[in-house]
Design a protein around this ligand. Structure first.
Ligand code: RP5
Length: 163
Protein backbone atom coordinates (compact mmCIF):
# COMPACT_ATOMS: atom_id res chain seq x y z
CA UNK A 1 0.00 0.00 0.00
CA UNK A 2 1.30 3.47 -0.83
CA UNK A 3 2.16 5.80 2.01
CA UNK A 4 2.12 9.55 1.61
CA UNK A 5 5.33 11.34 2.60
CA UNK A 6 4.20 14.76 1.40
CA UNK A 7 0.96 16.36 2.53
CA UNK A 8 -0.55 19.01 0.26
CA UNK A 9 -3.13 21.24 1.90
CA UNK A 10 -4.94 24.34 0.76
CA UNK A 11 -7.33 26.81 2.30
CA UNK A 12 -10.12 26.41 -0.22
CA UNK A 13 -11.20 24.40 -3.22
CA UNK A 14 -10.56 27.59 -5.21
CA UNK A 15 -6.82 27.07 -4.57
CA UNK A 16 -6.83 23.73 -6.38
CA UNK A 17 -6.25 25.25 -9.83
CA UNK A 18 -2.82 26.33 -8.52
CA UNK A 19 -2.06 23.56 -6.02
CA UNK A 20 -2.65 20.72 -8.47
CA UNK A 21 0.70 21.67 -10.05
CA UNK A 22 2.44 20.52 -6.87
CA UNK A 23 0.56 17.23 -7.05
CA UNK A 24 1.48 16.78 -10.71
CA UNK A 25 5.19 17.27 -10.24
CA UNK A 26 5.26 14.99 -7.19
CA UNK A 27 3.54 12.32 -9.25
CA UNK A 28 6.09 12.83 -12.05
CA UNK A 29 8.95 12.48 -9.54
CA UNK A 30 7.53 9.32 -7.95
CA UNK A 31 6.74 10.87 -4.57
CA UNK A 32 3.71 9.61 -2.65
CA UNK A 33 1.45 12.42 -1.45
CA UNK A 34 -2.03 13.15 -0.20
CA UNK A 35 -4.05 16.27 -0.83
CA UNK A 36 -6.89 17.87 1.07
CA UNK A 37 -8.54 21.14 2.05
CA UNK A 38 -7.73 22.59 5.47
CA UNK A 39 -8.76 26.14 6.24
CA UNK A 40 -7.01 28.08 9.00
CA UNK A 41 -10.00 30.36 9.46
CA UNK A 42 -12.98 28.18 8.56
CA UNK A 43 -11.83 24.81 9.96
CA UNK A 44 -9.27 25.68 12.67
CA UNK A 45 -9.83 22.43 14.61
CA UNK A 46 -9.18 20.42 11.45
CA UNK A 47 -5.99 22.42 10.86
CA UNK A 48 -4.84 21.68 14.41
CA UNK A 49 -5.55 17.95 14.07
CA UNK A 50 -3.89 17.79 10.64
CA UNK A 51 -0.70 19.50 11.78
CA UNK A 52 -0.45 17.69 15.11
CA UNK A 53 -0.88 14.23 13.55
CA UNK A 54 1.17 14.82 10.39
CA UNK A 55 4.47 13.39 11.62
CA UNK A 56 2.90 10.26 13.13
CA UNK A 57 1.03 9.67 9.86
CA UNK A 58 4.41 9.43 8.13
CA UNK A 59 4.54 12.79 6.39
CA UNK A 60 8.03 14.26 5.93
CA UNK A 61 7.03 17.61 4.41
CA UNK A 62 3.88 19.70 4.22
CA UNK A 63 3.03 21.97 1.30
CA UNK A 64 0.43 24.53 2.34
CA UNK A 65 -1.19 26.91 -0.13
CA UNK A 66 -3.52 29.77 0.70
CA UNK A 67 -4.55 33.17 -0.52
CA UNK A 68 -5.52 36.51 0.96
CA UNK A 69 -4.93 36.56 4.72
CA UNK A 70 -2.98 33.38 4.16
CA UNK A 71 -2.39 32.12 7.68
CA UNK A 72 -2.52 28.39 6.94
CA UNK A 73 1.21 27.74 6.23
CA UNK A 74 2.39 29.73 9.23
CA UNK A 75 -0.12 28.26 11.63
CA UNK A 76 0.67 24.72 10.48
CA UNK A 77 4.38 25.49 10.89
CA UNK A 78 3.68 26.58 14.46
CA UNK A 79 2.10 23.20 15.23
CA UNK A 80 4.66 20.77 13.77
CA UNK A 81 8.41 20.24 13.47
CA UNK A 82 8.03 19.05 9.87
CA UNK A 83 9.29 21.44 7.19
CA UNK A 84 6.44 23.52 5.76
CA UNK A 85 6.55 24.95 2.26
CA UNK A 86 4.18 27.86 1.74
CA UNK A 87 2.53 28.64 -1.58
CA UNK A 88 1.02 32.12 -1.82
CA UNK A 89 -2.06 31.79 -4.02
CA UNK A 90 -3.36 34.78 -5.92
CA UNK A 91 -7.03 34.54 -5.00
CA UNK A 92 -9.76 36.38 -6.87
CA UNK A 93 -10.19 39.19 -4.33
CA UNK A 94 -6.44 39.55 -3.85
CA UNK A 95 -4.49 42.83 -3.95
CA UNK A 96 -2.35 41.50 -6.79
CA UNK A 97 -1.26 38.62 -4.55
CA UNK A 98 0.78 40.80 -2.21
CA UNK A 99 -1.53 39.92 0.68
CA UNK A 100 -0.83 36.21 0.14
CA UNK A 101 2.92 36.67 -0.37
CA UNK A 102 3.52 38.85 2.66
CA UNK A 103 1.32 36.91 5.06
CA UNK A 104 3.19 33.69 4.23
CA UNK A 105 6.69 35.18 3.87
CA UNK A 106 6.93 37.44 6.89
CA UNK A 107 7.11 34.79 9.59
CA UNK A 108 8.51 35.59 13.03
CA UNK A 109 11.93 34.20 13.98
CA UNK A 110 11.76 30.59 15.15
CA UNK A 111 8.83 29.54 12.97
CA UNK A 112 10.08 29.26 9.38
CA UNK A 113 7.97 28.69 6.30
CA UNK A 114 9.84 28.05 3.05
CA UNK A 115 7.91 30.40 0.80
CA UNK A 116 7.90 29.90 -2.96
CA UNK A 117 6.76 32.38 -5.61
CA UNK A 118 3.20 33.57 -6.06
CA UNK A 119 1.25 30.62 -7.49
CA UNK A 120 4.55 28.70 -7.36
CA UNK A 121 3.08 25.31 -6.51
CA UNK A 122 5.27 23.52 -9.04
CA UNK A 123 8.44 24.64 -7.28
CA UNK A 124 6.86 23.72 -3.95
CA UNK A 125 6.42 20.19 -5.26
CA UNK A 126 10.01 20.02 -6.51
CA UNK A 127 11.37 21.39 -3.23
CA UNK A 128 9.32 18.85 -1.28
CA UNK A 129 10.71 16.09 -3.51
CA UNK A 130 14.23 17.38 -2.89
CA UNK A 131 13.68 17.15 0.87
CA UNK A 132 12.31 13.62 0.48
CA UNK A 133 15.21 12.83 -1.86
CA UNK A 134 17.78 13.41 0.88
CA UNK A 135 16.77 10.03 2.29
CA UNK A 136 15.16 8.31 -0.71
CA UNK A 137 17.53 7.31 -3.47
CA UNK A 138 14.83 6.55 -6.04
CA UNK A 139 13.40 10.05 -5.66
CA UNK A 140 16.90 11.57 -5.76
CA UNK A 141 17.55 9.73 -9.04
CA UNK A 142 14.27 11.00 -10.49
CA UNK A 143 15.31 14.54 -9.54
CA UNK A 144 18.67 14.08 -11.27
CA UNK A 145 16.84 13.01 -14.41
CA UNK A 146 14.43 15.96 -14.07
CA UNK A 147 17.31 18.44 -13.89
CA UNK A 148 19.03 16.71 -16.79
CA UNK A 149 15.88 17.25 -18.86
CA UNK A 150 15.88 20.95 -17.94
CA UNK A 151 19.46 21.21 -19.15
CA UNK A 152 18.90 19.40 -22.44
CA UNK A 153 15.78 21.46 -23.20
CA UNK A 154 17.80 24.67 -22.89
CA UNK A 155 20.66 23.21 -24.92
CA UNK A 156 18.20 22.19 -27.65
CA UNK A 157 16.78 25.72 -27.68
CA UNK A 158 20.30 27.17 -27.95
CA UNK A 159 20.91 25.00 -30.99
CA UNK A 160 17.52 25.90 -32.46
CA UNK A 161 18.26 29.64 -32.42
CA UNK A 162 21.93 29.31 -33.46
CA UNK A 163 22.75 30.70 -36.88
C1 RP5 B 1 -8.25 31.56 1.54
O1 RP5 B 1 -9.11 32.49 0.97
C2 RP5 B 1 -8.12 30.45 0.55
O2 RP5 B 1 -6.83 29.91 0.65
C3 RP5 B 1 -8.37 31.10 -0.78
O3 RP5 B 1 -7.17 31.39 -1.48
C4 RP5 B 1 -9.06 32.40 -0.43
C5 RP5 B 1 -10.45 32.48 -1.00
O4 RP5 B 1 -11.19 31.37 -0.59
P1 RP5 B 1 -12.65 31.13 -1.16
O5 RP5 B 1 -13.46 32.33 -0.76
O6 RP5 B 1 -12.51 31.01 -2.66
O7 RP5 B 1 -13.12 29.85 -0.54
O8 RP5 B 1 -8.74 31.08 2.74
Amino acid sequence: MSKAVVGIIMGSQSDLRVMREAAQVLEDLGVEFDLTIVSAHRTPDRMFDYAKSAKDRGLKVIIAGAGGAAHLPGMVASLTTLPVIGVPVKSSNSIDGWDSVLSILQMPGGVPVATVALDGAKNAGILAAQIVGTSDEAVANNLTEYKENLRTKVEDSIEAVAK
